[in-house]
Ligand binder design. Structure first.
Ligand code: DQA
Length: 141
């Protein structure tokens, strides 16, 4: 099985960005941990990061025939991008929504996800562990 991990806007700044919320480790550390976890589960894994809504949509479209599942941290797009929601709804492979922080324990606008209803499931609040749990979930699907 092949899985795709998509990191959305501002996640390239992990480690520097609000470390009290997102931790002090960078995206390279996160990515190498994800690849290790995927290997342990017998999964091939590609990782993509973009700050652009359209690039995320293009990647979801491209994934539909080449991957078995997607782990998506859509960043703030989670809360208002109907275009990303429609892209997820348009493809048949499962997409798991992840968040590093607990989006329900923060600003009110973060407690609404417009993508959650079209995702297979959502994981929020476990730090980088949210991604590792999603890898396990895709392995077991
Ligand atoms: C986030 C939560 C979002 O509300 C925020 O806009 C992000 C990161 C998280 O991983 O906790 O950029 O998706």
């Amino acid at each position: 099985k092949k899985i795709l991990v998509i990191h959305g806007p501002n996640l390239n700044l992990l480690g520097e960005r609000e470390p009290g919320v997102y931790g002090s480790a960078g995206i390279d550390t996160l990515n190498s941990n994800i690849i290790d976890r995927a290997k342990e589960q017998g999964l091939e894994c590609e990782i993509f990061q973009s700050n652009h809504e359209g690039a995320i949509i293009d990647k979801l479209h491209a994934a539909r025939n080449t991957f078995d599942g997607v782990i998506l941290n859509a960043g703030a797009y989670t809360h208002y991008s109907y275009a990303i929601r429609d892209a997820i709804a348009a493809i048949k492979i499962p997409v798991i929504e992840v968040h590093i922080s607990n989006v329900f324990a923060r600003d009110e606008f973060r407690s609404n996800s417009v993508i959650a209803p079209v995702c297979k499931g959502s994981i929020s609040g476990f730090g980088f562990g949210s991604y590792y749990l999603a890898v396990q979930a895709l392995a077991e699907l």
